[in-house]
Design a protein. Sequence first.
Lengths: 1286, 83
Amino acid sequence: MASTDSEIAYTQEERKKMEQQLASLTSVTFDVDLYGGGSDTRFEGYERSIAVNEDDDVVQDAGESEVARKLASYTAPKSVMKEMPRGGGEDDGGDMGGFKKPQKIIDREDDYRRRRLNRMISPDRNDAFAMGDKTPDVSVRTYADVMKEEALKREKEDTLREIAKKKKEMEEEEKEKGKGGERGSRGDAAVAPSQKRRNRWDQNQELEGGEKKAKTVSSSSDWDMPDSTPGIGRWDATPTPGRVADATPSISRRNRWDETPTPGRVADADATPAAGGVTPGVTPAGMTWDATPKLAGMATPTPKRQRSRWDETPAAMGSATPMPGATPAAAYTPGVTPVGGVDMATPTPGAINLRGAITPEQYNLLRWEKDIEERNRPLTDEELDGMFPQEGYKILDPPASYVPIRTPARKLLATPTPLGTPLYQIPEENRGQQFDVPKEAPGGLPFMKPEDYQYFGALLNEDEEENLTPDEQKERKIMKLLLKVKNGTPPQRKTALRQLTDKAREFGAGPLFNRILPLLMQPTLEDQERHLLVKVIDRVLYKLDELVRPFVHKILVVIEPLLIDEDYYARVEGREIISNLSKAAGLATMIAAMRPDIDNIDEYVRNTTARAFSVVASALGIPALLPFLKAVCQSKKSWQARHTGIKIVQQIAILIGCAVLPHLRSLVEIIEHGLNDENQKVRTITALSLAALAEASAPYGIESFDSVLKPLWKGIRSHRGKVLAAFLKAIGFIIPLMDAIYASYYTKEVMFILIREFQSPDEEMKKIVLKVVKQCVSTEGVEPDYIRSDILPEFFRNFWVRRMALDRRNYKQLVETTVEIANKVGVADIVGRIVEDLKDESEPYRRMVMETIEKVVANLGASDIDARLEELLIDGILYAFQEQTSDDANVMLNGFGAVVNSLGQRVKPYLPQICGTIKWRLNNKSAKVRQQAADLISRIAVVMTQCHEEQLMGHLGVVLYEYLGEEYPEVLGSILGALKAIVNVIGMTKMTPPIKDLLPRLTPILKNRHEKVQENCIDLVGRIADRGAEFVPAREWMRICFELLEMLKAHKKGIRRATVNTFGYIAKAIGPQDVLATLLNNLKVQERQNRVCTTVAIAIVAETCSPFTVLPALMNEYRVPELNVQNGVLKSLSFLFEYIGEMGKDYIYAVTPLLEDALMDRDLVHRQTAASAVKHMALGVAGLGCEDALVHLLNYVWPNIFETSPHVINAVTEAIEGMRVALGPALVLNYCLQGLFHPARKVREVYWKIYNSLYIGAQDALVAAYPILEDEENNIFRRPELAMFI
Amino acid sequence: MQASDRFNINSQLEHLQAKHVGTGHADLNRFEWAVNIQRDSYASYVGHYPILAYFAIAENESIVRERYNFMQVCNSCNPNHDG
């Protein structure tokens, strides 16, 4: 016992020490060693989430494949090697099995794109059409309201900027005058808002700190709050009941005023936020707004705007009837990110939207914390008793100084996380069993992620189900369906999606969108989830049609960000939705919804709005939008409106391309005045829009640009910097549209500016200048001499410098421009200028030179290059090729190949030297170098024969042959490719090593599973089988046949095709019997792909060796009573008749009995395959006099028309179509007539389907075959003409 | 039709067929079909000059009048024709 006590004492001592250490870190109360120093790095070492699949597997796989890659030589036994993962070296390692891990959208977004989260889903708006002539209710949010708010916001922004400016000035003044004190501090307060606003955008900032700061500020005095400016107060003060809800989305900090015990509040304060508060209804756009339309009168709930709490008159509060589910949102001003505290509200979606406050990091944190909390909760006495032996332990009283840690900071976002609400907390008593078990969602709902709880949490409390109002039940139904769509399994998702679509009108637009849209704003959304939700919107839109009108803006807020997503498919999806939306809502509604955003203060909003408008234009037609655009572009009120209007034109041009042509003149007219706008940004965008228009309409439409030529050319003289760049860009796109004379004139006009700008240090300017030079040079009217004398010297001096090779985009643009110049002035000029640089010491620069030479030479050939230049060129290329350290893009290789090929026979003197280099490099230690050397052989093989260097090639062949033991598959593949190239050009007979030695060496390589090796090897083997089969004994070919069967498993189609063709060659070489036996045996294997390929191979063998050599054995095989074999035979027949076409007429009678049997078989697949064989047969023998057999077969096919399995019915329909071609439509019509008016609908349906395809296929020919109908009373059905007879 | 059939190629085929004038369906009645036949026949006569010439000889009419007469029948069969 004593020892125990001493031990305890010691431990206590230790702990005390540690506590002291901790205490010294006063500012942070959590353990820094455990949790890391800053909030950002805190989880670095942890898994942030537990992967669904076992991560270990992946790691192991990667390791294995790495080993396999290194060991992958053809000699290893299969068991050691295992099967190579598909795709081998080509796919990146992270891509497991072709499936990408789900990725959060926000993770790949930049800050600009993240600004979407700052937008807020605006309340519903008035639908002017639905209203008719009635004046809208005051409380309804109309277009006028929205516009007013926008104007107000702008005014406020201006004022704030003014104030800030003034303060700054004043401060400076004060500094000068040495005055301090009061005014300065007031200045700070006024500057603060802008700062705070910026914070809000900045999502990554440490929240905790920000929060604290916010708190301290607010606690100082409410009067300091910068946003309670009288201006705004005036607006808000209007005591309309509709304003009540203003409180909700406002940013203003929560304070004691918010907790006024109004009826609406009382319920919430204690209510589980998860239950009601969590519902998406809480968004400012939420159902509150729908339920009481009066509330919709609330003014701009955008983040910019902060509302004074004075707006909420208690009376008004009272009128906000407590609606279950919705109210909590109204109560908790979402602006406050809750940190600890009893009344901490669940972060409502509104809050997230407004502030972007809850970052994914925080969600992770929540998730992680929940996990840790559960694991680290205090152990109960019973548990401890269970764990420890009864002896040797003693229960101590906690030290008097002990206080449980309750500081919010310590517990981070602890207790009342959305998950931690009383609703979901697992009751104390059964805690013991619940380790790690995800909380089950009731009623077969899919698993919810922690971040889903705030949207779908309400689904979890089932017990209330009965006492819900019908509306709430509807909401709940929608939520369930959405959850299934979002997280469910594919079948669940499918049915849910269909239900949502079918019941869309029943649910109503309001409830649907109020559920869907907040989900789309969820910061942790993944690509797949977004795709699904967007799909829901699309389907729902289609059904709701004009009912969407009040929600247009809301939808746009969430869909517009898709238009600037970096993912192409997301952009397309976004366009589709907006296009459907505009078709559903109509132009007027779209304009009304988007007009206020056009001069929004936020550039992001304007940008996305412009893009959305261009989609609207393409959906509803440009003419419809023209008057509006014209008005916007001439807006006097704000430059932002003009800017956006002109940007819309630019986006239209980009989006619809050459379809702008009919409207080109009007579009140019709309924006042309922008070139002289007072605002620089407007001038810039105007020039850019003109560039886009010219690019879209090229090569037509120059006459529409007449009016802007003068301002543009005047502009380039007067502007500098960004504006100049934009003007130049516009000119660059307009010049190619001009006639030759004008082009040359205008080029000369612009050229001296361009040459001046050659020296500009601005990267953007450089790129534009290069592009414009390229465009000018490529026009017809520009003379080579002019380019040579005026442009080239400056061009090379300024641009062909090492620095240009370092930036990718510069590099590309420079190469393109130089190639374009070379097209004008010829190879010698350009290559002569840069050839020396092939020996430059900078490798990227050498690579750029090489790429340019490659492109120039490939375009223009090498005939201009004289002997001296040729020598320099080869010398430089050899130097550059040998000095390269990395060549991932194969630039050097391609350049070498291109130059050698274009020089042709002139390269002969250098070939020994080149081959020496190749041989030396083939022996290099680095695999890459060896591979490249082998690749080079395959590129220059053709030229080598042209130079009659067959001996040299033979020598290379032997060298390559010796390297067939290569262990890196990539290199081995290249070596095989090189051998193939040599065999191709020097032929089978002259090949060294002789074919009979080469092929046996290839047989084991066929076992290699690496795709590149397989592909090159099978190509080479196939080539030998095709051209030089006689050099190899038949036994070797049979051996190869067996290896080839394995190859049919290859993933790459090219390999399978080459394999199947090789079967044909081999069969031709050694006779079909043995090959066929092998193949027929292979029909018994289980694997479907293998069997399919075998059937194709059989068909090919039959085609190459004439069908009569194969058919008997094949038909005999049909007697094997095995499903797979019989189907294989039928499939072979189908392919066979497809390949042999007309030749089929000789065999049709032979196979008819077999097909009869198959068409009567019980097995569906038999009948299906036989039907497709009949189709090919019929199509092949059409018009060759086999009608008797075909009619016979049709009689067997016809009863299958009532099949329901899609594949079978498809095959049968096609067989009948084939019969239509072979037997004529009249005969098939006669088969049809019996069922067209059958009493049973099921029968009629099928017959009409056949009739319809018959009708579409051969309408005219049916005229003669229609039945004769007698007239009825007034109706004349007779067609006597065809009966006429002379 | 099964639920799975709704989106497969066969349903698309039917949709495609339905787009053509003159195709039929299970609820087509005798009159409608006969009208289709009538229209197709006369349109076909008008479209084939040799057959038009043949009819002209048999009826001892000018080819153009034959064509005009046939066109009248065609028009009366036109689905948009009211009367």
